[in-house]
Structures are given as C-alpha cells and as structure tokens.
Design a protein around this ligand. Structure first.
Ligand code: SF4
Length: 286
C-alpha cells in the first residue's frame, strides 16, 4: 500500500492509502491479497465468472439510467440499458445467457417500478478520496474507492451499493459492511455534508437493507480499517525485505476457495474445496 507523509517539523503520522476492497481481501485471505496486489509477474487467474459479469451489466445499466433526466428513468428504459450493456462472459451456454438477460431486464424494471428513480444523486459511480482516522485530530488513512451511488436526501448523504448475489443482504449486513461505512466517512469529508445512512439494494429481489450509523459506529469501522491497513502494510514492507511470503501472508482455506480466481497458485485452496463452475454463484432467476 502506498504510504504518504508530510514534514511539518514534527514526527508525522504516516497516512496509508487504502480501498475497502483491498482491506476486505487481506482480512479474508492474506495469501490472496499477496497474489493479487504484490506478486509480480502477476499469477494466472481463472476466466470470467458469470455472476461478476452479471453484476457489471446491472451496475452499468443503473449508472447510465441515473445520469438520464428524471423523466427518462422509466422501467422500460432500464430494460433497454441492460440489453445495451449485456455481456456473456462466464455463462454456461446460450440458453443460460438468454435466461439471465431476461432476468436482469426484469430485475432492473421491477427495481425502478418499486423504488422509483427520481432521486437526484450527487454521485453515480463517484470516486471518493478522503483522509479519515479513528482519532479525528490525527488522520491515519486515505480512503479511496468508487461508490455505486451517493444520494442527497434532504441535505444528508446516503451511500447506495447495488448487489446481485444469491442471497438478499440484511440490515445487519449493511451495518457490518466496512466498505459502506468507509464510503460514508469519506463522502462526508469529500462532499462536506453529514452521511450516516448506508443502503444495500439487492436487484434480484428489489429489496433494500439499511443501516443508520452513529458517529461511534463509523469510528469503530475506521479503527478496524486502521488495524488491517497497518497489518497489511507491515507485512508488505517485510516481504520487500525478503521475509518468508507464506509466513507473512498465510493461506486461509475456506469454502470460498472454490471460486477464488487465484486458486491455481494455491495448493491449500485447491485442497480446501473443488473448483466451482463459472456460473455456480449466479442468483436464482425465479
Ligand atoms: S484459494 Fe483460498 S486460501 Fe488460496 S489464495 Fe484463494 S482464497 Fe486464499
């Protein structure tokens, strides 16, 4: 992770640049973090995953929808945008492609029908970058990333994240999401407005999971992010000085190894779970 510091004549507290995705990857499996971000040349990856392709299609359709004038954000236009952005990487065959293309059109149309699309987002796939810290007087992290959508609702910002996975997220998922909490903290600083509400919008079920964070909640998320950032930064530093990569970045075998895109470089992961098929993580269509 890139480390930045400034000389004001006193010993500076180093700022560590992070993204929520990097932090989550390190917490889930340090080896996968190393294979993804540190090992060069980059190790081989699996081919495309259908659930990832589908997620990208839906995100792109909704991004374009919310950049249109409000009067044009209709369910029919949302369906058209799914067709425009459609990709087929990772799907089993033409029959499955047709079934999911139809399902995705229905998901976005139902979503617009049920939740409306007349909000005025202050950001769509908005890049946020801000210094944050569990001690507000002494920032420790530069949090960067792209939020799916940031709404301004009555003067308060709301961070929205679209989901297309197999299971609808709960309010607890929204509360525990470090990514959403960090985006809320970063958005508040970047856009200079309060931001305590975060939402997970699950397209296959058109459901919305919500969390209203207190300042203490956000501080705790930032504190845990600081712990992970410091641990990963220290390990990367020691790797650069020649320490044992497997000890610094241990494998963390789990069922998720079935769909890890780097499993071909990880004997422990191959033993932990058989390889999933590229379409196994698709959400049900009915
Ligand atoms: S296969 Fe499993 S243990 Fe290996 S890098 Fe991937 S997630 Fe980690």
């Amino acid at each position: 992770m890139e480390q930045l510091g400034f000389d004001f004549g006193i010993e500076p507290r180093p700022l560590i640049k992070v993204t929520p995705a990097r932090l989550s990857l390190y917490d889930d499996c340090p080896r996968r973090f190393r294979l993804t971000y540190l090992d060069r040349p980059a190790p081989p990856r699996t081919g495309p995953w259908a659930h990832t392709t589908l997620g990208a299609v839906v995100h792109n359709a909704l991004r374009e929808l919310f950049t249109l004038p409000v009067s044009k954000r209709t369910p029919e236009r949302a369906e058209t945008l799914v067709s425009r952005h459609w990709r087929s990487g990772g799907f089993a065959d033409a029959v499955q492609v047709a079934r999911y293309a139809e399902a995705a059109r229905r998901w976005v149309a139902d979503y617009v029908e049920q939740h409306g699309a007349d909000v005025d987002p202050v950001g769509v796939e908005r890049w946020v970058s801000a210094t944050v810290g569990s001690d507000p007087a002494s920032p420790s992290l530069i949090v960067e990333g792209r939020a799916d959508r940031i709404d301004d609702r009555d003067g308060e910002l709301v961070v929205v994240d679209y989901k297309t996975g197999r299971t609808p997220p709960s309010d607890t998922h929204a509360r525990r999401s470090r990514a959403l909490a960090l985006y809320a903290a970063a958005a508040a600083r970047t856009l200079r407005k309060p931001c305590s509400r975060v939402e997970l919008h699950h397209l296959p079920t058109a459901t919305v999971a919500v969390a209203e964070h207190t300042d203490a909640d956000l501080t705790e998320h930032v504190r845990r992010a600081e712990e992970t950032a410091t641990a990963s930064h220290t390990a990367a530093d020691r790797l650069g000085r020649g320490d044992d990569p497997d000890r610094l970045f241990p494998a963390r075998p789990a069922p998720r190894c079935a769909w890890c895109e780097l499993r071909s470089s990880c004997p422990e992961g191959q033993q932990a779970a058989p390889a999933a098929r590229p379409w196994d993580l698709l959400a049900p269509t009915t």
